[in-house]
Write a protein that binds this ligand. Structure first.
Ligand SMILES: [Zn+2]
Length: 261
């Protein structure tokens, strides 16, 4: 059980406390069990620093930039059967899908779900094209409070919160808005927060080969708020530190201080 993800981050916000609650909601199982095989996966170059000092299987959560699961056209083709599935859901809930208020609901729900998972149609590589610049800047770059909306893959209900990203450039920088785009691509999928955090950090590492990367996500899981333990204000905090952010406590502390200020 990996619990070190909160190491060094002493948020004043209420946090998800205790393994039992988390286990109850099924959020910490399966996070490293994801199959790593797939087209293009092994061909992805491993950025230096990703593995250094890390005992965690970063590769297991990594997805190739080129990996595209479905296209916009696929979505259009699948919409009728997705709507039909929602129709079944309504029926199995004991509702009457033919009553006026629900007539268009299966289509609306299907369209909405496709929007919530639109990250499957987007590639990191397309976002980063033309946005990586050679620059001799070697001070920490931080973008904090990036809004994030995702879907819990265990319960298909929203996860929402904020993402803070920092990196220490190594001769290359990324257009600042692109950090938010990376968050968008990975969050608009079925997710667990831990994987989302790592995927963002690994994508930045692969793109920029920076000296270090830190990603912290603070999020509310509706599956915890609305069911299970029903903790209204609980927040789950996850962090991934790579390179000097992992190895050097001073760098990490600087990052954590700056995202809280
Ligand atoms: Zn959940």
């Amino acid at each position: 059980m990996e619990r070190s993800k909160e190491t060094g981050y002493n948020s004043n916000e209420k946090k998800d406390t205790g393994d039992s609650d988390s286990m109850l909601n099924g959020h910490f199982d399966g996070m490293v069990k994801r199959p790593t095989s797939g087209p293009g996966h092994t061909a992805t170059p491993q950025a230096p620093g990703v593995e250094s000092g890390s005992h965690r299987p970063v590769a297991s959560v990594k997805e190739s930039w080129e990996d595209e699961r479905s296209s916009v056209e696929d979505n259009e083709m699948r919409l009728p059967s997705l709507a039909a599935a929602y129709n079944s859901i309504l029926r199995e809930l004991g509702e009457d899908p033919q009553r006026q208020g629900l007539l268009k609901t299966p289509w609306r729900a299907a369209t909405a779900m496709q929007f919530f998972t639109k990250g499957y149609q987007e590639k990191i590589i397309d976002v980063l094209n033309d946005a990586i610049f050679d620059e001799d800047h070697d001070e920490m770059v931080i973008v904090k409070d990036i809004d994030m909306f995702s879907m819990c893959e265990h319960h298909l209900v929203p996860i929402f919160g904020r993402v803070h990203i920092g990196y220490l450039p190594n001769k290359r920088v990324l257009g600042l808005s692109k950090l938010a785009r990376i968050v968008e691509i990975y969050s608009r999928r079925l997710q667990v927060q831990e994987r989302l955090t790592k995927q963002i950090a690994v994508a930045i590492t692969e793109a920029l080969q920076p000296t270090g990367v830190g990603v912290v996500i603070e999020a509310t899981h509706m599956c915890m708020v609305m069911r299970g333990v029903q903790k209204m204000n609980s927040k789950t905090v996850t962090s991934t530190m790579l390179g000097v952010f992992r190895e050097d406590p001073k760098t990490r502390d600087e990052f954590l201080t700056l995202i809280r200020s």
